[in-house]
Design a binder for this molecule. Structure first.
Ligand SMILES: *Cc1c(COP(=O)(O)O)cnc(C)c1O
Length: 426
């Protein structure tokens, strides 16, 4: 279906799928590993990639396909591949273009799982990463590029620091260096920001967070902008013949779909980080309200942030849309519709107060999750980051007094009342 001219809200609600008369209004769960054919030539052509179609649900599935098409439309890309998790998405995004011996430059303000995947697990496979402060000058960031550097990676909004990235600065550096700019857009979602408009080439997501929105399933997605020239000499894996497909060249056969087709037919085929049809069905439901939820998350979070800022038991508040935030200017530029639902704050009562607040709240539960419609808090120093030494906690941006609140979409007056009652107990 032609969706190019629709606004983002309409894209969220509208199906991207073609239908014939009498088909279901809601795209069904196609719970089938395999597909039927009458024609043996047809299936031979599928295996040779002469035709694209479903043959086995590790590689593609119609329900997952509907999710992928919707995500590509929302991000403004040419194609997408759903994955089993956000971790699976970054792994796929990297392995599609990196072999042992490759190098990546990445922002240092990343989700913990992204840091361990790049800094430890991929390093063991021979793909190394240099982490650089996103605030470093363009010249400093460029100085970390090597002959074998194959990608620049960063998060639109860094988790857990919640800093907003200067996407244009990063996009320009990647372009000059002849490598793709890969952006994890989990915490912004395409409703708040579309990094492709600022120079990104590949987008990854943990769909587990706002795309799901109700904390029901773990998943991810890779979106290809279709705007990178893979024939610049640095990416022979996309250009030279692939022996596992009778010597086919991805760029020759598929043009600007080369990357996303290799991600599916090579990486997903062999590594199997596949999204289930059931999870894709849940995500398709979630995407239809993404715009409404993100708008309310942002409104509620800003009100909660302002309330906390004026509370005498609160030492500091970090939210990108507060004027006092270091990210304020970048947030105005890249997130003009508002922020996400995550607010960080420090309690004057320190570590003890952080533990106690979780116990005395009523509406707000303690949960290790963000992007959920229900408000939750977490004291990272005594939970998600408790295995780290006090020194390493600080390095990870987790101070003893820090509390993270995932502001949900309830009535904000009820959220603030619960915080008011809880803070009184400290
Ligand atoms: C949660 C998260 C991930 C990892 O996603 P999973 O679905 O948990 O594997 C990656 N990036 C960011 C920014 C995240 O918040």
């Amino acid at each position: 279906m032609e969706t190019k001219n629709y606004s983002i809200e309409t894209l969220c609600v509208t199906s991207t799928e073609e239908f014939v008369d009498g088909e279901p209004r809601v795209f069904p769960i196609v719970q089938s590993t395999t597909y039927n054919y009458k024609d043996t030539e047809y299936i031979a052509d599928l295996f040779d990639l002469k035709k694209l179609g479903h043959m086995y649900s590790r590689i593609s599935n119609p329900t997952v396909g509907a999710f992928e098409n919707k995500m590509a439309a929302l991000e403004g890309g040419v194609g997408a591949v759903g994955t089993s998790s956000g971790q699976g998405a970054l792994q796929m995004a990297i392995l599609t273009i990196c072999d042992a011996g490759a190098h990546i430059v990445a922002s240092s303000t990343l989700y913990g799982g992204n840091i361990t995947l790049l800094g430890s697990s991929l390093a063991k496979l021979g793909i190394t990463t240099t982490f650089v402060s996103p605030e470093a000058s363009a010249d400093e960031i460029k100085s970390y590029f090597q002959e074998n550097t194959k990608a620049l990676f960063a998060e639109t909004v860094g988790n857990p620091k919640m800093n907003v990235l200067d996407l244009e600065k990063f996009g320009k550096i990647a372009k000059e260096q002849g490598v793709p700019f890969i952006v994890d857009n989990t915490l912004a979602t395409p409703y708040l920001c579309r990094p492709i408009e600022y120079g990104a080439n590949i987008i990854t997501h943990s769909a587990t967070k706002y795309i799901d929105g109700q904390a029901t399933c773990v998943g991810g997605v890779v979106v290809d902008a279709g705007n990178f020239d893979w024939t610049n000499g640095k990416f022979p894996g996309l250009v030279e013949p692939d022996a596992t497909y009778h010597g086919l060249s991805y760029t020759e056969s598929f043009g600007n779909l080369a990357y996303i087709i290799k991600a599916r037919t090579h990486i997903l085929r062999d590594f199997g980080q596949t999204m289930s049809a059931f999870n894709a069905f849940i995500y398709n439901r979630g995407l239809e309200t993404l715009h409404l939820r993100m708008e309310r998350h942002g409104q509620n979070a800003l009100e909660v942030a302002k309330y906390l800022q004026n509370h005498n038991k609160v030492a500091w508040v970090e939210y990108s849309h507060l004027e006092a935030s270091d990210s304020y200017k970048l947030a105005q530029k890249y997130l003009p519709k508002g922020g996400n639902g995550v607010v960080l704050f420090g309690l004057k009562g320190g570590h003890e107060a952080g533990i106690k607040l979780g116990k005395v709240l009523n509406l707000i539960n303690v949960a290790v999750h963000i992007g959920d419609s229900r408000t939750a808090i977490l004291h990272p120093a005594s939970s998600s980051h408790r295995q780290l030494s006090a020194e390493d906690q600080i390095k990870a941006g987790v101070s003893p007094e820090a509390v993270r609140i995932n502001v949900g979409i309830e009535n904000v007056a009820d959220i603030i009342k619960d915080l008011e009652n809880g803070l009184k107990e400290l």
